[in-house]
Design a binder for this molecule. Structure first.
Ligand code: C5P
Length: 222
C-alpha cells in the first residue's frame, strides 16, 4: 500500500494554494507547495546574479538548495540559506523569474526527488503545475483547478494590494497571461490537466465551496 497523495494543479490565482493548504489541514496530511521550490530557486539565483541561460549552474543550485519548510496553522514559513524568507517569495519579480527558471530542464530534474520526499504518512496534498502528470502520476485523486484569467488577475491584485504593494491591474493581467502561456507551452512538464484529473472551475465560486467539493471527492476516492 502506497502513501496516499492528492494532487492539485492549475494556473496561478486559481485558488489551488489555499484549497491545497486547507485540505491538508482538514485531513491532517502533509502539504507540498511545489511552486515555492521554483520560487526559491529563483530567489537564490537572483541573489547570486545568475542568468536564466546558465542551465548547468541553475541545475546545481536547485540540487543543493538549502531550504526547509514549516506549516503553522495556515502560514507557511520558509528558510533559505539559513534566513527566513518573508514577502519576497510571492512578489511579482520573483513570480516572473520563477516561471522562467521552471522551464529549465536541469532545474526540474533536480527537484523531482525533493518533491517526492514529501510523500509521508499519513498522506500528502501536493500543489503545483505537474503534480498529477509528472511527480505523482499514481496519485489516488487529481484535481485541476482553473479560473478565468480576469478572475485570477483580480484575486492577485487584491492579494498584492493587501500586502501594500503598488500594482496595476491591467499590467498584472498581461503578466498572468504571459506566465500562463510560458507554463503551458514549455517543452518539459507543461501545465495541463492529467487525463484522470477532475477539472474544477473556481471562477465565481468561494474557496469554501471548492474545498467542500474536493473533500467530497477525497471521501469517494479509493
Ligand atoms: O504556484 P506558483 O505560482 O507559486 O509557481 C510559481 C512558478 O513555478 C509557476 O509560474 C511555474 O512556472 C512554476 N511551477 C512549475 N511546476 C510546479 C509548480 C510551479 O513549473 N509544479
Amino acid at each position: 500500500e502506497s502513501i496516499p497523495v492528492v494532487t492539485i494543479d492549475g494556473p496561478g490565482g486559481s485558488g489551488k494554494g489555499t484549497v491545497a493548504m486547507r485540505l491538508a489541514e482538514r485531513l491532517r496530511w502533509h502539504y507540498l507547495d511545489s511552486g515555492a521550490l521554483y520560487r526559491l530557486v529563483a530567489v537564490a539565483a537572483m541573489d547570486r546574479d545568475m542568468d536564466v541561460d546558465d542551465e548547468a549552474g541553475l541545475g546545481t543550485l536547485a540540487r543543493e538548495l538549502d531550504v526547509s519548510f514549516g506549516v503553522h496553522g495556515s502560514t507557511l514559513t520558509v528558510v533559505l540559506d539559513g534566513n527566513r524568507i518573508h514577502g519576497r517569495l510571492r512578489s511579482e519579480p520573483v513570480s516572473v523569474f520563477a516561471s522562467r527558471v521552471a522551464a529549465v530542464p536541469a532545474v526540474r530534474d533536480a527537484l523531482v526527488d525533493r518533491q517526492r520526499a514529501f510523500r509521508q504518512e499519513p498522506g500528502l496534498v501536493a500543489d503545483g503545475r505537474d503534480m498529477g502528470t509528472v511527480i505523482f502520476p499514481d496519485a489516488e485523486l487529481k484535481i485541476f483547478l482553473t479560473a478565468s484569467a480576469e478572475e485570477r488577475a483580480q484575486r492577485r491584485y487584491k492579494q498584492l494590494k493587501e500586502k501594500g504593494e503598488s500594482v496595476n491591474l491591467s499590467r498584472l493581467f498581461r503578466e498572468i497571461e504571459k506566465r500562463d502561456e510560458r507554463d503551458r507551452t514549455r517543452a518539459v512538464a507543461p501545465l495541463r490537466p492529467a487525463e484522470d484529473s477532475h477539472v474544477i472551475d473556481s471562477t465565481d465560486r468561494s474557496i469554501e465551496s471548492v474545498l467542500e467539493e474536493v473533500l467530497d471527492l477525497v471521501q469517494k476516492s479509493p
